[in-house]
Design a protein around this ligand. Sequence first.
Ligand SMILES: C[S@@+](CC[C@H](N)C(=O)[O-])C[C@H]1O[C@@H](n2cnc3c(N)ncnc32)[C@H](O)[C@@H]1O
Length: 214
Amino acid sequence: MRQHVNPLSQFFQLPLSLPSKNVLFRKSHYPIHLDIGSAKGEFLIELATKYPDWNFVGLEIREPLVSLCEKKRRKLELDNLKFLFCNVNVSLDEWLSDFDYGQLKRVSIQFPDPWFKRKHFKRRVLKANILNSIAKAMSKDGEIFIQSDIFKLFESMTNTIDKNKYFNRKDVGDLRFIDENPYNVKTDREKFSLKKNLLIYRAIYIRNNLLFIN
Ligand SMILES: C[S@@+](CC[C@H](N)C(=O)[O-])C[C@H]1O[C@@H](n2cnc3c(N)ncnc32)[C@H](O)[C@@H]1O
């Protein structure tokens, strides 16, 4: 399987119509946690098992991974979890517009692809457009959780979110970063980084009460 795909290639620019949350979940009124770049899906599988009164969606641009995750999910008979193939930067906005206001409670973006070269920065997943789509669908007190073991990338993510008027960084007192993953479930990349004793930078942003204006 390919390690990376170029999200800016023509193939990934085609907007996909993702299925409505009403057909995705048996209990479609439950709060939704969206994981962007869900990769092999173990993080969401564990969360969905632990929290049956939440719905979880993993969005992933590598289609073979989505098929693999869906196979695992079906085997476990988890009906509060779904993995969907899409380029988040192209298909998220329309899909979220189908959500009931405030139903989107959590978004996680964990260890996104760094795209180290300056000329590739524009391939990075966290951009102003997806923040606005999230802000539109999320009610007050909803949260975005980000983490990475690459400080420069983490800094570019916090700079992007800091510029968005609908989110405020959660105050963690004297600490600069959140110590632990708040969900108590680790992603694959997180386990790898911890094993290598790499520093992990984490932050939570809370949706404030500003009404979204298009
Ligand atoms: C480095 S992996 C991290 C996976 C997982 N979150 C973890 O922490 O182990 C980043 C994932 O984001 C996916 N991704 C990158 N750009 C994307 C995009 N525009 N839309 C959806 N998924 C994307 C990649 O294919 C990859 O699986």
